[in-house]
Design a protein around this ligand. Structure first.
Ligand code: URA
Length: 254
């Protein structure tokens, strides 16, 4: 089946759709021996010989979907120039080229999805998808009603822009700290940490406990499980909700 070259590259797990377009425009992609720089060129991934930076790419047939409980002390890139451990060290080697969907900080724990399904990953990471992400954060001090209101109403200026409205609740209070739950529908870099710092409650510990309808549950730190086919189906539906402008989702900041 003929498909657009950038879509094939994304599906092969080479890069996001946008980054794949850049690779083509930079002349780094060859099809059957000829450099292709025109976006939208159609190829047959089964038959055509496609190379990126001289390396042959293959389109995965078996799709793999994992959910990992990421521990602190590893990064969510495939490799790190500084040599830090990556989440890939926690997954046994497999022939499919899976990669993390989105990012969690080096010192953030919790639910991380990994897949070789480039189309689903692109949809989930698309800023318009508004997939729900649930975090539990141990923060310094007690969050006041005013602090909660500022977080929830959105419009906080942080690196990456203004925050969208979100939901916040306190789940546990100790003498000096609060555990709060914060539900975001966007994913700016270090967003929870920056938002909490902005309202005067720096994050001490951060875990992602939910992503779309998925919950971390009793999955042990550092362990992963495969999603069931029902979960994969549901995730595909969720990933399309914001993108299609369809309603019926629980999202609050479309
Ligand atoms: N927000 C953060 O600050 N860090 C993460 O890892 C995820 C969300």
């Amino acid at each position: 089946m003929m498909e657009r070259l950038q879509k094939v590259l994304a599906r092969a797990g080479i890069a996001s759709r946008r980054h794949s377009e850049a690779l083509i425009e930079e002349g780094r992609v060859r099809v059957n021996g000829t450099t292709v720089t025109t976006l939208g060129t159609k190829v047959d991934p089964e038959k055509d010989h496609i190379k990126v930076d001289g390396k042959r790419i293959t389109v995965e047939s078996r799709k793999v979907y994992l959910v990992l409980n990421k521990p602190m002390g590893c990064i969510t890139s495939l490799n790190d120039p500084e040599g830090r451990p990556t989440v890939m060290n926690l997954i046994p080697e497999m022939k499919e080229r899976i990669y993390p969907v989105g990012r969690l900080d080096y010192d953030t724990e919790g639910l991380l999805l990994l897949t070789n399904d480039g189309a689903l990953a692109c949809d989930l990471m698309h800023p318009g998808s508004h997939v729900e992400k649930i975090y539990r954060a141990k923060v310094k001090g007690r969050l006041s009603d005013e602090g909660r209101r500022r977080l929830e109403q959105g419009g906080l200026s942080i690196a990456g822009g203004k925050t969208a409205p979100c939901r916040v609740r306190t789940v546990r209070e100790t003498v000096q700290n609060n555990w709060i739950e914060i539900v975001l529908h966007e994913g700016k870099k270090r967003q929870v940490r920056m938002m909490m710092k902005k309202v005067g409650h720096p994050v001490i510990r951060l875990k992602r406990v939910g992503y779309a309808f998925l919950k971390i549950g009793d999955l042990a730190l550092g362990k992963f499980r495969h999603l069931s086919s029902d979960e994969v189906g549901l995730l595909k539906t969720w990933s399309k909700k914001g993108l299609n402008g369809r309603d019926g989702s629980p999202h609050i900041n479309k």
